[in-house]
Design a binder for this molecule. Structure first.
Ligand code: CMC
Length: 384
C-alpha cells in the first residue's frame, strides 16, 4: 500500500485549508470567519452572512445593499427552466427536482462571469423551490417580488394565493432568517466536500452545486430533517413511548438510528441545535402553534441523553433534530425540509467552491487500498 493512508469516510483527512468556518467538535464551537454562530444567528440577516462567507468580512451597509440589489436583479423566472420544471412528474422528490434544475442552469448561464453565476444561484434556489411547491398543490406560480427581502420574497412565492393580498408575517420571516443562517456553512461536510470535489475537475459551478444538492438529500446528511419528523410522527402514532425507540436505536440489528442525533465532528452539543431548540419553543409560542411532536422530541432527547449508550458515544441532538418542528410551524411541507437546508447551505457551498478555485487546488482524487484478486489467467467462456 506504500504511502497511502487508509481512512474510510475521511474521518481524519484534512483535504483542504480553509479560512471560512472554524469548528471545534469537542467544545461545540462554530464560527464563520471568526464570528460566533450565536451572534450571527441573533443579529445578522441571511444575506449578510452569505456576504461574510463569500468575502471573509461583514459588509458595510452600502455593500450589503448593493449585494441584495444585485440578487434581486437576477430574481426572475427563466422561461426555459420553468417549462422543464412543469414537465417533471410531481412524484419526483423536491430535492431531485432542485438538483436537476440547478444542473440545467449550466446550459442557460455557464458562459457568464463567475460573480454573476453566484448571484444567479442565490436568486434561483428560492424560485425553484417555490415552483415545486406550487406545482405540488396545483396553484399557479407567484412571481418574485423585488420589493421584499430574501426571506419574505421566498415566503410570498410559496404562500401567496392568486387574487389574494399577501402579508408576510414578520415572526415567520425572522424564524426563517435564523434557520437559514444556522445552515449557511459547516466546513467539509459531505455535500460541501462533494461541491469541492466536482468543482476540482473544473466542472461548472452549476454542476458542482447540483451534485452538492444530491449529497445533501441523503438521510444521514440533510435528509435527516425530514426523517426526524417522520420518526417523531411514528413515535406519536405508536403511543408516544420514547423509551421504546431509544432502546431500538441502541440495538444495532434493528436497522434504526435516532434521526437528528449524532455527528461526525461534534462530540458535544451541536451549537446550532441549542439555538434551534430555543427558537422552536419561541416560534411555536409566538405563532400560537401547539405541535405534539415538540413534546415528543423533548422527551426523546431527555431519554437519550440520560442513557449510557448515547452518553458513552457522545451522541447529542444535531441541527436537524428541532429544525423540522419549526419548518412545520411555518407551513413548509415535510418533503421540502431538506430544500430549506439547501437554500441555507448554498452560500457555504459557493464560498467553498470559490475558495477552492482561488487557491487553485488540484483535482480531488482519493487513493484506495486494493483488496481484490491477485493476478490470474483469463478463463474462456466455455470453461466457466
Ligand atoms: N442512533 C444510534 N446510534 C448512533 C447514532 C444514532 N443516531 N449515531 C451514531 N450512533 C452510534 C453508531 O452506531 C456507532 O456505535 P458503535 O461505536 O457502537 O459502532 C457510534 O455511535 C459512532 O457512530 P458512527 O456511525 O461511526 O459515526 P459517524 O461519524 O460515521 O456518523 C452520523 C455520523 C451523523 C452519520 C450518525 O451519527 C447518524 O447516522 N446520525 C443520524 C442521522 C443524522 O441525524 N444525520 C444528520 C447529521 S448533522 C447535519 C447534517 O450533516 O445534515
Amino acid at each position: 500500500t506504500g504511502y497511502v493512508t487508509y481512512d474510510p469516510g475521511y474521518k481524519n483527512t484534512g483535504a483542504t485549508k480553509s479560512a471560512i468556518t472554524f469548528l471545534d467538535g469537542e467544545e461545540g464551537i462554530l464560527r464563520h470567519c471568526g464570528y460566533s454562530i450565536e451572534e450571527l444567528a441573533d443579529q445578522a440577516s441571511f444575506l449578510e452572512v452569505a456576504y461574510l462567507l463569500l468575502h471573509g468580512e461583514l459588509p458595510t451597509k452600502a455593500q450589503l445593499d448593493a449585494f441584495e440589489e444585485s440578487i434581486k436583479k437576477y430574481s426572475v423566472a427563466n422561461a426555459a427552466l420553468l417549462k422543464i420544471a412543469e414537465a417533471i412528474p410531481s412524484s419526483t422528490h423536491p430535492m431531485s427536482e432542485l438538483s436537476a434544475l440547478v444542473g440545467l442552469m449550466e446550459g442557460q448561464y455557464a458562459s457568464n462571469e463567475p460573480a454573476e453565476n453566484i448571484l444567479r444561484l442565490l436568486a434561483a434556489l428560492p424560485i425553484f423551490a417555490a415552483w415545486n411547491y406550487k406545482k405540488s398543490i396545483g396553484e399557479p406560480i407567484v412571481a418574485p417580488d423585488q420589493s421584499l427581502d430574501y426571506c419574505s420574497n421566498f415566503l410570498k412565492m410559496m404562500f401567496a394565493k392568486p387574487g389574494e393580498a399577501y402579508q408576510v408575517d414578520p415572526i415567520v420571516s425572522k424564524a426563517l432568517n435564523k434557520l437559514l443562517i444556522l445552515h449557511a456553512d459547516h466546513e467539509q461536510n459531505c455535500s460541501t466536500s462533494t461541491v469541492r470535489l466536482i468543482g476540482s475537475s473544473h466542472a461548472s459551478i452549476f454542476s458542482s452545486i447540483s451534485g452538492g444538492i444530491q449529497a445533501l438529500f441523503g438521510p444521514l446528511h440533510g435528509g435527516a430533517n425530514q426523517a426526524v419528523i417522520e420518526m417523531l410522527e411514528e413515535i406519536k402514532q405508536a403511543g408516544g413511548d420514547t423509551q421504546k425507540f431509544v432502546e431500538m436505536a441502541k440495538d444495532k440489528n434493528s436497522g434504526f438510528r435516532l434521526m437528528g442525533f449524532g455527528h461526525r465532528v461534534y462530540k458535544n452539543f451541536d451549537p446550532r441545535a441549542r439555538i434551534i431548540k430555543v427558537a422552536a419553543d419561541d416560534v411555536l409560542t409566538a405563532l400560537g402553534v401547539k405541535d405534539p411532536v415538540l413534546t415528543i422530541a423533548q422527551e426523546l432527547e431527555a431519554a437519550a441523553l440520560s442513557d449510557d449508550y448515547f452518553v458513552a458515544r457522545k451522541l447529542y441532538p444535531n441541527v436537524d433534530f428541532y429544525s423540522g418542528i419549526i419548518y412545520r410551524a411555518l407551513h413548509i411541507p415535510t418533503n421540502m425540509f431538506t430544500i430549506l437546508f439547501a437554500i441555507g447551505r448554498l452560500p457555504g457551498w459557493i464560498a467553498q467552491h470559490k475558495e477552492m478555485m482561488t487557491n487553485k487546488e488540484p483535482i480531488g482524487r482519493p487513493r484506495q487500498i486494493y483488496v481484490g484478486a491477485t493476478p490470474r489467467a483469463f478463463v474462456p467462456m466455455s470453461q466457466r
